[in-house]
Write a protein that binds this ligand. Sequence first.
Ligand code: NOJ
Length: 535
Amino acid sequence: MSNKYFENNVVYQIYPRSFKDSNGDGFGDLQGIINKLDYLKDLGVGILWLSPIYKSPDFDNGYDISDYYQIDSKYGTMEDLKLLIQEGKKRNIRIVMDLVVNHTSTEHEWFLKALKGEKEYQDFYYFRKGLNKKPPNNWQGCFTGSAWKYKEEVDLWYLHLFAEEQADLNWHNPEVMKEVKKILNYYLEMGVYGFRCDVINYIYKNSLKDGKKSLYLTGKEHYQNTQGMHDILKELRRDVFDKYDCLVVGETGMITLPTGQAFLDKELDMFFQFEVSSLDFGILPVFHKKIKPQKLINTLIKWQNGITYNTLFFENHDGHRCLNKYVDGLNYHYHGATMLATILMTLKGTPFIYQGQEIGMMDLGVLKEEEINDVAAKYVEKIIKKIPLLNIKKIRRKLVDNMNRDHSRTPMQWTSDTNAGFSKGKPWFKVNPNYLNINVEKEENDNSSVLAFYKQIIQFRKENTCLSLGDIKFDTSHKNIFKYFRTYNDKALEIIINVSSKNIKYKHATKCLLSNYKLLNENILQPYEILIKTI
Ligand code: NOJ
């Protein structure tokens, strides 16, 4: 057995504001998570990653931190976090925090001091003079529009790669490194198991020169995957992470196999690559197309073969639900969900489940402009309004919906009671009306539910070391069938998955260890059928 805890365990991502409200204020909170620890233990997960719970004005739902040492009051207190760590420990569940250090909130005291003209704090950020009332360079932000905002009080512009309330930190300043090390040590000493590092491959800007004009993210060549960023990660590993038994996972947008593998050289334990989750992007992320099963298979194989060890995920808080994205979840809810669960739990790497995925939660449906909460979707709406060709209500709604991250952020569906049992008060955001059919309580009482399958396959993964530690080999001879072998010592498993919603002719012996169909047909793989066999 490997002694790396994360290799033998499944991670569960919690979006705290939508997980479970314990005090009726409409927001999920830490006490709510504590109350659900037994549910999570029963599900079989060993690590919880919490999206940010620090003090924040919430322009980007917590990814704009105004105090790294305070828990936002809607989530509870530092004492609650300590209690969560303790209670988790009793159940063999470890806690991973989100680390957001590409930027801080513009309400962070460093930024406020900078605005008062304190040079020392201006140097924590990128404050620059503009050119004839224009921003210092032509960079575009990730949420569209210029990446610069003018501040009259100092007659300077500051850089923000995300929303204008998220000012980019200047990692050329050694004080920033010092502060981040302090934050990391503070939480690791408290007993936190590690960090998921937000947009970590964007943190170090090589220069602030104009970028090459591009349809998307002009300027990116100056900050994506820079050597300076690798040096920072190596220093953090050496000076902080190596002193603890901890997990460091990076969110790394737009990377290739070689740039990805480089993170595993004494930097991160693993990272999120987004090629799989961007398979539905057209010429721009705002235009979407259907994902072809074969494309999904090929892309997964590419990353499995190309990277020694990595994360496995189909959902997070930034996208659509996997049942709407990769499969026909409306017509094949159970089989689509269990097929994707099988891929997650049987490929090489550490599986990440996003809250609600284990019961098959789905997208909300197209929202009206006034219903949208997501800051990124609001930016997109604004820009589309300026493009006459696209600014036709129906088209605009669809395009904004493609980018809208609200779908995965709806309250967790616990029961069929009011507000899906999420809160006794008014939930901060709309509950998906399908909660009467899709909820934890109902699925807990049904041994042929998506939840029951998740529990079963997580348990199966734990019992079969070849799934966590074994080698992997792919058989690519059948179209739309994802077939592979996992071997470890003298044990071997064969995994056969129909990734499509069609019957596929495939001769096989029906004897198997696990399937998502009760009745198997030796000549056919049924829609989204999975088979796990011993060999
Ligand atoms: C990635 C996070 O996952 C996302 O929610 C956030 O908007 C951006 N980084 C900016 O922090």
